[in-house]
Every structure is written in C-alpha cells, then in structure tokens.
Design a protein around this ligand. Structure first.
Ligand code: E4P
Length: 217
C-alpha cells in the first residue's frame, strides 16, 4: 500500500519526505485554506518535492467550469491530479478529463455505487472518506473493502485512496482491506513508526549492554 500525505504544509512534506516513504500528496480546499497561501504556488512547490501524484481540487460546481479549472491546474506540473467531487457534474468532468488523458481523483465517496460510477467514468483514483463514515456510525473501512472487491471483480484500474484517515488503526485496516493508498495527515504519519514496546525495548537493551560491558571489565 502506498502512503500519501494529506496536507498542504510544505515544511511538513519536506521533513517527512526525507524518509523516502511518501508516494504522493492529497489536498482539498479546507487543507489549502489552512496554509493561507496562494493555491497555485503551494501546489507547484509540493510537486517539486514529491514526485508522485499531487491532488488539487476544483471548486467549480458545473462541469464546464470544473474542466476549465482542471485544464489550468494540470499545467502547473506533470504530477498534478485533478480532484473532483462525487456529483453528476463531477462525473461528467471526470469522463471528459479521462478522454483528454488528465488524471482524476473523485472525492467525497461514501457508497459503493458512487465509487462504481466514478470508476466507470474513468477516474484514476476514488477517495472513500473512512473517518467521516465512522463519525456517523457506519464502518468506513467496510466501504474500502467492498470497493476493492467490486473493482477487482470487474477489472477496473481505478485505485482506492483511503481518505479521512484519523488513526493508526485506520492505516492498518486500509492495508488489510485492500486500499491501494492511504492518505495520512502528517501528525499521524510521524507516529506510525513508534510503539511503546519498541521504546522500552531500546532502553532495556541499552541497560543490559551497559551491565555486560561493566562486568567484562
Ligand atoms: C483527502 O483526500 C480528504 O480530503 C481528506 O482525507 C478528508 O479528511 P477529513 O475528513 O479529516 O477532513
């Protein structure tokens, strides 16, 4: 499973990218607005840091304007992926962009039928929102698993980005349930490599080694 970072914080992306584990980045209007910076400038900067797909979301609500925005944004960098909402207009724009060879990420997916329609429209990626489904008492990860079953059964190449990831369990279940990608907020990403037993283990090894060296003289 690939790891994307779910952020537009350039400093965080630079720092985490040094690990060599970042395969792409996702943004949305909320994430971009948090930075208080020019949208184009931020996306261009991110695409210089990370070589993989960088999702940038349209804000228009009708297909013509979505396509105009998408065509402009896709010129910002070769690795820009156009994020479109899972609406009738979003599907129309997705189909058009697919025919133009422009990669898309259909976002705000909450059901199998939405994911299936996005895949049939030629979406490169679909983003089921796991955390927001959990928030309303629905098992978000079950949607990831069902989408994977359907895509595999019918031979869709559309890749599943487990989005709205809130905790370590979400990341692990995304992998177990067949997500191609998990998009992870930086604060969570930086916690994934740690475990209290690892920390305790290191302390114990160090103490035992010290004793051993002391006894050896
Ligand atoms: C990523 O593509 C999504 O926009 C993001 O994961 C949404 O996360 P949230 O539900 O925590 O806002």
């Amino acid at each position: 499973m690939r790891f994307f970072l779910d952020t537009a914080d350039v400093d965080a992306i630079k720092k985490i990218n040094e690990l060599g584990l970042v395969d792409g980045v996702t943004t949305n209007p909320t994430i971009i607005s948090r930075e208080g910076r020019d949208f184009e400038e931020v996306i261009r900067e991110i695409s210089q840091i990370v070589a993989g797909p960088i999702s940038a979301e349209v804000t228009a609500l009708n297909p013509q304007d979505m396509i105009k925005e998408a065509e402009k944004m896709s010129k910002w960098s070769d690795n820009v992926v156009i994020k479109l909402p899972m609406t009738e207009s979003g599907l129309q724009a997705t189909r058009f962009l697919h025919q133009e060879g422009i990669k898309t990420n259909v976002t705000l997916v909450f059901s199998v039928s939405q994911g299936l329609m996005a895949a049939k429209s030629g979406a490169t990626f679909v983003s089921p929102f796991v955390g927001r489904l959990d928030d309303i008492g629905v098992d978000g990860m079950e949607l990831v698993s069902k989408l994977r079953q359907v895509f595999d059964r019918y031979g869709f190449e559309t890749q599943i980005i487990a989005a709205s990831i809130r905790n370590r369990e979400h990341v692990e279940k995304a992998a177990l349930n067949g997500a191609h990608i998990a998009t992870i907020p930086p604060q969570l990403f930086e916690n994934l490599w740690s475990h209290p037993l690892t920390d305790q283990g290191i302390i114990r090894f160090a103490e035992d080694w010290k004793k051993f060296e002391k006894n050896r003289g």
